[in-house]
Write a protein that binds this ligand. Structure first.
Ligand code: PMV
Length: 366
């Protein structure tokens, strides 16, 4: 539906006035952690099941694009990723930007100097595609916004940015908004773009800490895109879709009631089911490490003994996201420093929390 709308729009506004250039645009966009996981695709970058995530704050990408009209309208692109000219991730970004020319034909006429950098080291074992692709999508939508005679409303701008971010990395569609964000059709919602979770959230769930325990910084044995693909013929595919739908409802009730216990049940079931799906894929594979399992066991024993409000989730990797409300912060941090830090690679933990979403950058390079 939106594909046609955005293509038509591209034709209608292809006579952009480029005389006011050059200009610079910049966005800072955060990473997010899914609670109900997106795993498996249909069509073009659409999810087989709905998902919900919490937007983070400290882990983000800043992307700045300096753009100018190219000589003879033959646009070129220069890209720096984390300060490096030929970073392997840079090639993925380049491919992504080229693919967006269908919706933004003016890109072909521009020289683009793109500088994109993560607040967290690329080697930290943290996925950076959600923050990187969302910050790029926002920057490109902002270039278009600046060239349009009829600028989009904030709502439509975000929706378009979410749609475009999705084309780069599904989970990036959710990073366009702050707090809790849903993506994918269920009782409501769309597979084409994400939207902020709209219902009232009760304490203590409206703001959570997320300490990411780094158990390995080795590159992943299996890319997420290959993992998604294995869902096409997965023996548990239908059961997985059913599980995600019912967990969307359950987590929505938990958020409404401020019920940390049932929230934890969903978060943990989803994390372990994601990895169970990987184990049972054809061929199967493992991303979990010994330290991942040890941390999960420690966390469950600690919770049993103390009654602390603490839970965990996992991304498509071996690092553990430990989630807890502010009222638990002191004792959780003390316990993590004592018991969990020694299980992390070089004792590495990244502390983050619920974030408010992307921000436009107005000043020059940082
Ligand atoms: O956005 P992708 O294609 O890298 O897929 C990410 C999938 C998970 O991170 C494992 C789950 C999710 O919903 O973010």
């Amino acid at each position: 539906m939106l594909d046609k709308k955005y293509r038509d729009e591209a034709i209608a506004i292809s006579k952009h006035d480029l005389s006011s250039l050059p200009r610079t645009v910049g966005w800072e966009s955060p990473s997010n952690i899914a609670l109900v996981k997106y795993w498996g695709k249909k069509g073009f970058q659409e999810p087989i099941n709905p998902s919900i995530s919490m937007t983070l704050s400290n882990m983000h990408t800043q992307t700045r694009i300096h753009y100018a009209r190219a000589r003879n309208d033959q646009g070129r692109m220069w890209l720096r990723f984390n300060g490096m000219d030929n970073h392997p991730f840079g090639q993925r970004i380049q491919k992504y930007i080229n693919s967006l020319a269908t919706y933004f034909p003016f890109l072909k006429k521009l020289d683009l100097h793109i500088d994109t950098r993560n607040s967290f080291p690329h080697s930290a074992g943290m996925a950076s595609s959600a923050s990187a692709m969302s910050s790029l999508a926002l920057a490109i939508c902002s270039i278009e916004q600046g060239l349009r005679e009829d600028p989009l409303t904030t709502e439509h701008f975000s929706q378009k940015a979410s749609y475009m971010a999705r084309l780069g990395s599904g989970s990036a569609a959710r990073s366009i908004y702050g707090n809790y964000v849903e993506w994918g059709q269920h009782a409501y919602g769309s597979d084409e773009f994400a939207h902020p979770y709209a219902k009232k959230i009760r304490e203590p769930l409206s703001f959570l800490h997320d300490s990411v325990l780094i158990t390995s910084t080795e590159p992943k044995k299996m890319k997420s895109s290959s993992g998604h693909e294995l869902m096409d013929q997965h023996p548990y595919r239908q059961a997985r879709i059913g599980q995600a739908l019912s967990n969307m409802e359950k987590i929505s009730r938990s958020l409404r009631d401020g019920d940390f216990h049932s929230f934890s049940e969903v978060a943990e079931e989803e994390a372990l089911s994601l990895h169970a799906l990987m184990l049972a894929s054809r061929p199967g594979y493992t991303l979990l490490r010994q330290a991942t399992i040890e941390i999960i066991d420690e966390l469950r024993s600690f919770r049993q003994e103390t009654g602390a409000e603490v839970t965990f989730t996992l991304d498509a990797g071996p690092n553990v996201h430990v989630l807890y409300p502010t009222r638990e912060k002191e004792r959780i941090r003390e316990w993590m420093n004592q018991k969990l830090k020694p299980l992390c690679e070089h004792g590495k933990m990244l502390h983050d929390f619920t974030g408010t979403g992307p921000e436009r950058l107005h000043n020059g390079p940082s």
